[in-house]
Each structure stands twice: as C-alpha cells, then as structure tokens.
Design a protein. Structure first.
Length: 278
C-alpha cells in the first residue's frame, strides 16, 4: 500500500486527543491574594485563551481539506490555518508556563507544567508531520502516543487543580453543630452526661474538615465557673460524643462548643442545656 493512501491518518488520529477540559473556577476569591492572582490567571490564559484555540484546532482536524492532496491549494490553505491555530495554542501554553504558582496550588502547578510539556511535544511533531509532502504511516503511532499523553496528563492536572482550588477557598468554620444529651449510669460517679454532636442544615463536620472541638460546660448557670476541655476526632472522623463526668440526678447543665479545622476555630455555639432527671 502506498504512503499516499495514509494521507488522512494523522488528522484522524489527532482528533482522539482530548480537547481541553475547562478548569473549574470558584465563585469567591481565594483566601490569599497570590492564590487569587493564580486562579484568575488560569481562567484567563487557560479557559479564555487556550480552550478557544484548542477547540478551533479540533474543528480544523475534521475539515476534508486536511486529508486532501498535500501539494494542492486546499491542503496548503488548510495547513496554514492549522499552523496559525497551533501557534495560538502555543502562545497560551507559554503564558501558563510562565505563571508563578499560588501558595495553595503547589500540587497542581507541577502537573500543569507536565501537561503543557506533553501538549507542546505533540504540537512540535504534528507541525513537522503536516509540513511533509505526503502523510507518512510511521507518524501514526508517534502522534497517537503523544495524544494519549495529553489526555492522561490533562486529566491528572484537572483533578489536582480541583483539589487545590477547594483548599485555596477553604476557611475556618462559621457555624456550629447541634447538641443532644443523654444520661448514663456510672458505677463510680453515679451518672454521666453524654453530649452528642450532630450535623445540621448549616454544619457538616466532614465538609468543613473538622479536626477537633473545644467545649465548655457549666453547672447550674452560665455564670458559674466554666469547665473547659477539648476532643480530637479519631482517624475516621466520627468521634462525636463528649462525656461530662461528675454530674448528678436533678442537676442543671449548660454546654457550648466550637469547631476547629486546619484553618482555625469557629465561633462558640449558643448554650445547650439539660436537666438530669431521676
């Protein structure tokens, strides 16, 4: 089979590379100004410059002129447009390469550079292939491998960027859990008061990545001396009970809690109260 019969194979395979996946953007600013600058730049250079150029390039690959005789006017006109489109892609990639990473994007930015390198290698090989007077069968597996690398590295970057974006917008809790009480007989102290913390419509322990709680409880009145303590969540994050010892039947008790995550502590809750009945 002659080489000329493979004239469309490179174009067809190129379509299999993933067109750029839009990078997610938060509706609010990042916690740090440098992170905001970074995520805004990702939106500008990737979403608003790279993606349109990438989509236009993908559309060009489907045009019949790309598989026409390479010495004809149709192909020459087509390859000129394809090169121009690839140049726009390269320009956007260069801007992303030069972008200083925000502090919260330490995981995703190195992967972004790997993704850019994979795409740049692809463009270099494709340009050389398009410049040949005839499509060459041996170019097929090379371009396919490079296209697969773009898909792999692009998916990996989007996953890491999504994680970093969430972390960059992460803040200390602003809400508190709900609290319910139960009394438990205690052979030593007579009775213990168990306070169970629970999620509610404005508080989700897992979503807020709560690592610990501080709590204060009071006997008889909120003006009495506070008994302060804290609890660290276990590895599974389900340690949601506080045991208040030394309580007695008929006693009136008040409790308030504050949730803490890696960013900081939230506010104190309102006072929850209970009386231990006999």
């Amino acid at each position: 089979m002659s080489t000329q019969k493979y004239k469309g194979i490179i174009t067809a395979l190129s379509i299999s590379l993933i067109l750029g996946i839009t990078a997610p953007q938060s509706a609010i600013a990042d916690n740090l100004p440098a992170d905001t600058t970074y995520s805004d730049s990702i939106n500008k250079f990737y979403n608003l410059e790279f993606i349109p150029a990438d989509e236009k390039y993908g559309a060009l690959l489907t045009e019949p002129a790309g598989t026409s005789n390479r010495t004809g006017a149709k192909y020459k006109s087509w390859v000129k447009k394809a090169n121009a489109s690839m140049s726009k892609i390269s320009t956007a990639l260069a801007k992303l390469t030069a972008l200083p990473a925000g502090p919260s994007y330490s995981k995703s930015d190195p992967q972004l550079k790997i993704y850019i390198d994979a795409y740049s290698k692809y463009l270099s090989v494709v340009k050389k292939s398009f410049a040949k007077k005839k499509a060459v069968k041996s170019d097929q597996p090379i371009i396919q491998t490079l296209a697969d690398a773009i898909a792999k590295e692009g998916d990996a970057w989007i996953a890491l960027y999504t994680e970093d974006l969430a972390a960059s917008n992460f803040s200390a809790p602003t809400t508190t859990p709900s609290v319910t009480f139960t009394a438990s007989n205690d052979s030593t102290d007579g009775v213990s008061l168990i306070a169970t913390l629970a999620n509610n419509s404005s508080f989700d322990q897992q979503a807020l990545r709560i690592t610990s709680y501080e709590y204060e409880w009071y006997v008889g009145s909120t003006t009495s001396t506070a008994i302060a303590d804290s609890v660290v969540l276990n590895a599974s994050g389900v340690n949601l009970t506080l045991t208040l010892t030394g309580t007695v039947v008929g006693g009136l008790y008040f409790l308030r809690v504050k949730a803490i995550n890696s960013v900081g502590a939230g506010p104190w809750s309102t006072f929850f109260q209970t009386t231990i009945t006999g």
